[in-house]
Design a protein. Structure first.
Length: 362
């Protein structure tokens, strides 16, 4: 079976974990600090704050920006649920804006119409590893005085006009095992703002500036040194991993037929967390089943847009976001991870093209 995702763990990660176990410092300690410093440098930002997951990083980021009950937060309906749920965690309301059908990312041209006096932030999601169109998003945020919290959970190392995602507003990353680099579980917040960085650290640590003196409500959203040791070893390989993903994506785009391959605007560096095609004519699920028979893993990210999830229906969401809904019917992600071999790539292309020919898609 060719899996849709596979973490690449080498001797460096194993050795780093053993060193932590031997050190006796198992919770947040010097490895977390080293991981934060290295990640901030990679992103080109002044501060990075490690957390227990991408979800807790989003939660902290919203709290650090003072977002709470009565506030509205604009985001995409076509993303992982955490991009919107973080607003619910703090008592705010996610407001959805439809996606650009070519990039699958928030359509900046539709954002202004969704802004109300309650809007406090925009959460652009760099879906599949492709940066959002950040210039118009930052312009709108500035015009209306909104915070920008970039959900870069799928986009480690991606760039917009040569600048790293996570450095435009407050950035949020995930190190879940399917991501471009992993720490097992884990997350990171990036920022150039010293006040936001300080708030994030305090919220992560039960609202304490000084041990056992709690100034505000906080959480235990810390990363452990064991996870940080894995993350740090992986971070050294990020560029190489991303280059392999990009080479695999190039091969797939050159050879696949009958499906719509990913669009990469010329001003963006896509890091291909996912290689996602559109399958026309209602044949997506049939292609997925066909690939499964051939031993090729694939996945639908995401089969149901957030506004149509039961949780959101029960919260009263009844809007229509036609491009998000169409994407949910048509997208299929194919393996693109760095563990693929040339024969894996050939097998993926042969299977997709055979299906496309059989079904008259070519
Ligand atoms: C776009 C997006 N946002 C948020 C998250 C949440 O990250 P985590 O799973 O580390 O909590 C993920 C990943 O799972 C994601 O893909």
């Amino acid at each position: 079976m060719i899996p849709i995702a596979k973490p690449l763990i080498g001797d460096e990660e194993k050795q780093a974990v053993l060193e932590v176990l031997d050190s006796g410092i198992l919770s947040q300690g010097p490895r977390v600090q080293a991981f934060e410093e290295a990640f901030a440098e990679m992103c080109g930002v002044r501060y990075a704050i490690a957390t227990s997951s991408g979800t807790t990083a989003l939660h902290i980021a919203l709290l650090a920006h003072g977002i709470g009950p009565g506030d509205e937060v604009i985001t995409s309906p076509f993303t992982f649920i955490a991009s919107a749920n973080c607003a619910l965690y703090v008592g705010a309301r996610p407001v959805f804006v439809d996606i650009d059908p070519r990039t699958f990312n928030l359509d900046p041209a539709q954002i202004e119409a969704a802004i109300t006096p309650r809007t406090k932030a925009i959460i652009p999601v760099h879906l599949y590893g492709l940066p959002c169109d950040m210039d118009p998003i930052m312009e709108i945020a500035q015009k209306y005085g909104l915070a920008v919290i970039e959900d870069a959970c799928q986009a480690h190392g991606a760039k917009y006009k040569g600048r790293h995602v996570g450095s435009f507003g407050t950035g949020v990353f995930s190190f879940y095992p399917t991501k471009n680099i992993t720490s097992g579980e884990g997350g990171m917040i990036t920022t150039n703002d010293p006040e936001i960085a300080e708030k994030c650290r305090i919220i992560r640590q039960h609202g304490a500036r000084q041990r056992y003196y709690h100034d505000e409500l906080g959480f235990n959203f810390r990363m452990t040194d064991i996870h940080a040791a894995i993350g740090l070893a992986q971070l050294l390989k990020l560029e190489q991993f991303n280059q392999i993903r990009q080479a695999h994506a190039r091969y797939l785009t050159e050879h696949l037929r009958g499906v719509v391959t990913p669009y990469v605007p010329p001003d963006r560096t896509h890091v291909f967390h996912q290689y996602t095609v559109r399958v026309p004519s209602g044949k997506r699920d049939a292609l997925r089943a066909f690939l499964q028979e051939r031993g090729i893993g694939s996945e639908v990210y995401y089969p149901l847009p957030i506004h149509q999830q039961r949780l959101y229906r029960e919260l009263g969401y009844d809007g229509r976001f036609p491009e998000a809904e169409r994407a949910a019917q048509e997208v299929l992600s194919l393996p693109v991870h760095p563990a693929l071999t040339p024969s894996d790539l050939e097998a993926i292309v042969a299977a997709v093209n055979e299906f496309a020919e059989r079904e008259g898609l070519i």
